[in-house]
Design a protein around this ligand. Structure first.
Ligand code: FES
Length: 128
């Protein structure tokens, strides 16, 4: 007798993927306690210069360098989910990196962040 159940291939697009891989593949950046509420911390790891943001105990990680010039976004002004560059006042949406105000034109690189044992971690980015 034939089964009427649908047969999905092993690599079905409907398969549930884990949000993050095992913690040993994550790059540890800092302790959550090092990032002030509503603030940011500049972190340098493995050739990356990053800004770690704490927005209401949710942590976001972006490149620290403004895409417009020499501004450091960890030293920028934070208003809600927006960071204003300390150099020319361009703005980015922290969770997505989207440009919010000129003179910036290029979105900010963001990283999938997670908290493991009180540490903010990211997936090491693939080489460019
Ligand atoms: Fe950031 Fe110009 S360097 S807005």
């Amino acid at each position: 007798m034939r089964s009427t159940a649908p047969a999905f291939p092993a690599a079905s697009p409907f398969a549930i993927q884990p949000a993050m891989p095992e913690s040993e593949t994550l790059l540890e950046l800092c302790a959550t306690s090092e990032v002030p509420e509503g603030g940011a911390l500049k972190v340098e790891r493995e050739g990356l210069v990053l800004a770690v943001f704490n927005l209401g105990a949710r942590y976001y990680v972006t490149d620290d360098a403004c895409t417009h010039g020499p501004g450091s976004l960890s030293e920028g002004e934070i208003d809600g989910e927006i960071v204003e560059c300390n150099f020319h006042g361009g703005c980015f949406h922290i969770p997505t990196g989207r440009v919010e105000a000129p003179p910036c034109m290029v979105p900010l690189r963001t990283y999938a962040a997670s908290v493991v044992d009180g540490k903010v971690c990211i997936l090491p980015p693939a080489p460019r």
